[in-house]
Design a protein around this ligand. Sequence first.
Ligand SMILES: Nc1ncnc2c1ncn2[C@@H]1O[C@H](COP(=O)(O)OP(=O)(O)OP(=O)(O)O)[C@@H](O)[C@H]1O
Ligand SMILES: [Mg+2]
Length: 386
Amino acid sequence: MNNDARLPANLRIGVIGGGQLGKMLIEASRPWNVKYTVLENDAHCPASAVADSVLQGSLKDAEAIRKLAEDCDVLTFEIEHINSDALLELEHAGKTVIPAARALKTIQDKGIQKLFYREHAIPTAEFVICDNPSDLASVAKSFGGGKVVIKQRTGGYDGKGVDIVAKSAIESGSYKSPGPCVVEHFHENITEYSVIVAADRFGNVVTYPLIEMYFNPQSNLVEFLFSPAETTADLEADCRKIAMRAVQALQSPGLFAVELFVTQNAEVLVNEIAPRPHNSGHHTIEGSYTSQFEQLNRILLGLPLGNTEMIQPSAMINLVGAEGQNGSYRLKHTRELLSEPGVYIHLYNKAEIRPHRKMGHITVMAETVQELLEKAGKVRGWAVFE
Ligand SMILES: Nc1ncnc2c1ncn2[C@@H]1O[C@H](COP(=O)(O)OP(=O)(O)OP(=O)(O)O)[C@@H](O)[C@H]1O
Ligand SMILES: [Mg+2]
């Protein structure tokens, strides 16, 4: 790959997946006129609005991924559920794949991911891998407390494939095993944080300020987040250090989101790593000197990493379909939202709304965290479709 850090980079980038993450990655590259091709089943995917071309095909199809590689200098992905063996082969053949296929393989299987944390002494919730459904009751029994968390090893996303289950329901047989899974200790009353970590191809690694996240209990989607988090400087430093260590252990360039739990005893645990831009980093588009998407563009093009500091405290509110919403949609309070200074609307170019479908997000900025939380409270009431 061309290591000459000059623009225009004249590199063609291929993205496996054409969802909203791909769309925002391409949008961030526009000032630099980077050429992007996305691989996606649906020719009208969110990223199709901004990509230079869409290659139609399955993200699991090795042939389709090889075809994308033929047309592109650098490959990346915006979703984990893709054919990582095809990427591994392309890498062996000399293609630049960022993040590395090996890092993706570690993350794709939650069992392998948890073993990786153990091997590298990265703190994580206590766990047992359970591949045989008939062992589930005895495995669950070996944990303290009344509940356990059961996570499918592969294929889960956005909380799907994760169940918080009473041990009694497993013992009585009313809970059915999802197949090969990771059984985890259930930590009650955790606070959830995320740290975005950027690693370039030359060994430099930087972190973004700590992000505090709130989830919708029904859909398990991030509903609201803000940064910097309301916590002590010590805890923030701890979280950033652990997140950086987890990403360094992967030994791969890329843009990563490290999801963290802080337990009631103020213990920091790594929940999981997403090897791509993440919903928890969307506020960086307006809120940071370098957004998570620009940062990934820099990494893909071999350019220097950008400043991760925030311009102002920022929050993000997800715009999702409500129960019963289907078909066409309009953002109900567009006028109010656009009349408010420091409020930015992002829509993902999805043809139809569906319950719990991520349709867009709103960034809110303010001078202080307190002002931000007040403003975001008001804006949350306007974050609905009709
Ligand atoms: N060990 C645990 N103790 C307590 N809560 C947990 C535990 N593991 C997961 N959870 C809860 O379940 C949510 C989803 O878990 P996890 O992030 O592992 O799954 P996921 O489907 O990959 O999520 P996503 O794709 O939305 O990031 C977490 O954000 C957290 O709220
Ligand atoms: Mg998660």
